[in-house]
Design a protein around this ligand. Structure first.
Ligand code: OOB
Length: 538
C-alpha cells in the first residue's frame, strides 16, 4: 500500500461503485481492451512515427518488462519529464501496468522543482529526453541525482550519455515473471498541484477515479474512434492528459497526434495533414491561433471543437472562435485535484461564451460559500468547494495542509471565487489562493518569495499578479531591500541560477521601503496590486 494517501470514505467508494462511476479496471487493462477492440487502428502519431493500438500495447508490455528487470516495482515513484512524444505515453502505461507511480513534471521545471519532487516522492527513477527546447536534461539529471541519492535510475529518451537509454530498456516479457498488476482502487500516479502555499503538493489519483473522469470527458466531448486529438500543451498536464486529452482519446479508440510545437506554423499543417477534430489550448495560445487564422484567412475544416481552459478566457476572445475558426468553442475549467467543468457542445452561444462550463458528472457536488463556509445565495460569488467521484480527499503526505484544503466533510477548497448561473454553470470571478495564473501556468507566490528571500539584498518580498492583456496575468515582485537596492536583472538571474522554472521568475520587480499592511498586520497584497494600477495610470 501507498502510505500518506487519503482514500474516499467507504460509504462514498461504495456509492461510486454502485452507481457505475468506478468500473473496477486499471489503465493496464484499459489499454489491453482497447488493443483487442481497435487493434489495427492508429492510436498515436508522433512526427513520422505511427502506432496502432496493437503496437502500442505490445510496446508497453515490452517496456513494462524492461522496467521491471531494471528493478522498478509496484508503488515505486518515477518522475517523468518528457515532452510530447510517443515515449511519454508508452512510459506512463508501462508504469501503470507495473503499479509504479509516474510523478508528472512539466518540461519547464528545473533543478529547484525536480529536486523537490524527487526528495518528496522518494522517487527511484527519472525519465528525461536528451535535449529539448535547447535544454540538456542530462545535465539537470546529473545535478539532481547528486543531491537525491534515492534516484537510482536516470533513463533517457535519445542520446543517453552516462545514463540508461530508454530504447535499451524494452525487452520481451517473460511470462514466468509477469506480476500481478495493481488494483483499480490503487493510486495510479502523482499529479502536481499549482500550489499556493509554498511548494506544489502531490495529487494522488487512482485508476478508478481517473478512468471515470476520462469516460465522462469522452461522453461530454463526444469523442469516438473517429476522433483525432492534437496535443500541443505539455502532455503531463492534467488538461491535455485527460480532459479528454491523450488518455481520453485512447479510451475512446481515437487517434492522438503529439506535437512538441504549439505555434500556428506547426499546428495548422498538422491539423490539416491528420484531419484533427479536437484540440485543447490555454487562452494566450488561443489568441495567437485566432489572430493568425484571421490574418491568413486560414480554414481548418476538420476541426470540430476547440477547447480553451486553464485560465479565464475573455468573453471577447471566446466570441471570435466560431466566426474565425469555424468550430465550436468548449470552455474547460478544471483542476488537477479533480473537478472538471465543460460547456456542452450544443449549449447556446451565450453559455459557451460567458461561462466556464458545468461539472461533468452528476455526482460532482459544488458549493459556493462565504468566508464562514455558509452557502451564499444563488448567483452570488463565493469560494468554490467541491467533492465527487474523481476529486481527491487529500494531498499525498500533507496532513497539516489537508486540514486547511479540505472541509471536515471532505470538500476540496479550490481557492477559486466563482458564481453559479441558474442553469448550474460556473463563472470564475477570481481567486482567493495566493497564486498567479500566468496564462495557465500556475505560480505559487510563497514559493517564489522564499527564493527571493534567499538573496542577500532582499529583506522582504511579496509576489502579486498584475493584469496582462495577453497572458491574463503576469507576476510582479515587491521587494524591501536590506541595504542598497540590488539590480532587478541581477535578482532575476539569481532566481534562474537557483534552478527555478522560467515562468516563475517575476515579470516585473518593484522596490519599496515597506509593505502596506492589513488590519491584522499581514502584508496587504490587495494594496500592492492597487499600487501597480496607480503606477500604470501615471
Ligand atoms: C487546470 O488545472 P491546474 O491544476 O493547473 O489549475 C487549476 C486552477 C483552477 O483552480 C483555476 O484557478 C484555474 O486553474 N483554472 C481556470 C480555468 N481552468 C483552470 N480559471 C478560469 N477559467 C478556467 N477555464 O488548469 C486544468 C485541469 C484540467 C482541465 C483544464 C484545466
Amino acid at each position: 500500500m501507498l502510505s500518506g494517501y487519503q482514500a474516499w470514505p467507504e460509504e462514498f467508494a461504495e456509492l461510486y461503485r454502485q452507481e457505475g462511476c468506478w468500473e473496477g479496471i486499471t489503465f493496464g487493462e484499459m489499454l489491453r481492451q482497447r488493443a483487442k477492440l481497435y487493434g489495427n487502428r492508429t492510436a498515436m502519431i508522433s512526427g513520422e512515427e505511427h502506432l496502432t493500438y496493437a503496437e502500442l500495447n505490445a510496446r508497453v508490455d515490452r517496456l513494462a518488462a524492461g522496467l521491471y528487470a531494471t528493478g522498478i516495482r509496484q508503488y515505486d515513484r518515477v518522475i517523468i519529464q518528457l515532452p510530447n512524444m510517443a515515449a511519454f505515453v508508452e512510459a506512463v502505461f508501462a508504469l501503470f501496468r507495473l503499479g509504479a507511480l509516474p510523478v508528472f513534471a512539466l518540461p519547464l521545471h528545473r533543478k529547484s522543482e525536480i529536486e523537490y519532487f524527487a526528495r518528496f516522492s522518494e522517487a527511484v527513477a527519472y525519465l528525461i529526453p536528451d535535449r529539448d527546447g535547447g535544454f540538456d536534461y542530462r545535465k539537470l539529471a546529473e545535478e539532481v541525482q547528486a543531491e537525491v541519492p534515492s534516484l537510482r535510475h536516470i533513463i533517457v529518451a535519445g542520446e543517453a550519455g552516462p545514463f540508461t537509454s530508454l530504447e535499451d530498456v524494452y525487452m520481451d516479457p517473460d511470462p514466468d515473471k509477469l506480476q500481478d498488476g495493481p488494483d483499480s482502487s490503487d493510486v495510479a500516479f502523482l499529479q502536481l498541484s499549482g500550489g499556493s502555499t509554498g511548494l506544489s503538493k502531490m495529487i494522488p489519483r487512482t485508476h478508478d477515479d481517473y478512468i471515470y473522469s476520462l469516460r465522462r470527458s469522452v461522453e461530454v466531448c463526444g469523442l469516438s474512434p473517429e476522433s483525432v486529438y492534437l496535443a500541443v500543451l505539455p502532455a503531463a498536464h492534467n488538461y491535455p492528459l485527460s480532459s479528454p486529452g491523450i488518455l481520453g482519446t485512447l479510451y475512446a479508440g481515437g487517434t492522438v497526434v503529439l506535437s512538441r510545437e504549439s505555434s500556428p506554423d506547426e499546428a495548422f499543417p498538422l491539423i490539416r495533414k491528420h484531419q484533427v477534430t479536437i484540440t485543447a489550448l490555454v487562452p494566450p495560445l488561443a489568441l495567437i491561433w485566432l489572430n493568425a487564422a484571421a490574418a491568413r484567412g486560414t480554414k481548418l475544416p476538420s476541426l470540430q471543437v476547440l477547447q480553451v481552459g486553464g485560465a479565464k478566457f475573455s468573453a471577447e476572445a471566446a466570441g471570435r472562435v466560431k466566426p474565425v475558426l469555424g468550430c465550436t468553442l468548449q470552455q474547460v475549467f478544471g483542476m488537477a485535484e479533480g473537478l472538471v467543468n465543460y460547456t456542452r457542445l450544443d449549449d447556446p452561444e451565450h453559455i459557451i461564451i460567458h461561462t466556464q462550463g458545468k461539472p461533468m458528472s452528476p455526482y460532482d457536488e459544488v458549493r459556493i460559500v462565504d468566508d464562514e463556509d455558509m452557502e451564499v445565495e444563488q448567483g452570488q460569488s463565493g469560494h468554490l468547494l467541491t467533492r465527487g467521484p474523481y476529486t481527491i480527499r487529500g494531498y499525498y503526505q500533507a496532513e497539516e495542509h489537508n486540514a486547511r484544503s479540505f472541509t471536515t466533510d471532505g470538500f476540496y477548497r479550490t481557492g477559486d471565487i466563482a458564481s453559479l448561473t441558474p442553469e448550474g454553470y460556473l463563472i470564475v470571478e477570481g481567486r482567493a489562493k495566493d497564486q498567479i495564473n500566468r496564462g495557465g501556468d500556475k505560480v505559487a507566490a510563497e514559493e517564489v518569495e522564499n527564493h527571493l528571500l534567499a538573496h542577500p539584498g532582499v529583506h522582504d518580498a511579496a509576489l502579486v499578479s498584475m493584469p496582462d492583456e495577453y497572458l491574463g496575468e503576469r507576476s510582479c515582485a515587491f521587494i524591501v531591500p536590506s541595504g542598497e537596492i540590488p539590480a532587478a536583472a541581477e535578482i532575476k538571474s539569481f532566481l534562474r541560477n537557483r534552478g527555478l522554472a522560467s515562468y516563475k521568475v517575476p515579470d516585473r520587480i518593484e522596490f519599496v521601503q515597506s509593505f502596506p499592511k492589513t488590519g491584522v498586520g499581514k502584508v496587504s497584497k490587495k494594496a500592492l496590486r492597487e499600487m501597480l494600477t496607480v503606477k500604470q495610470s501615471i
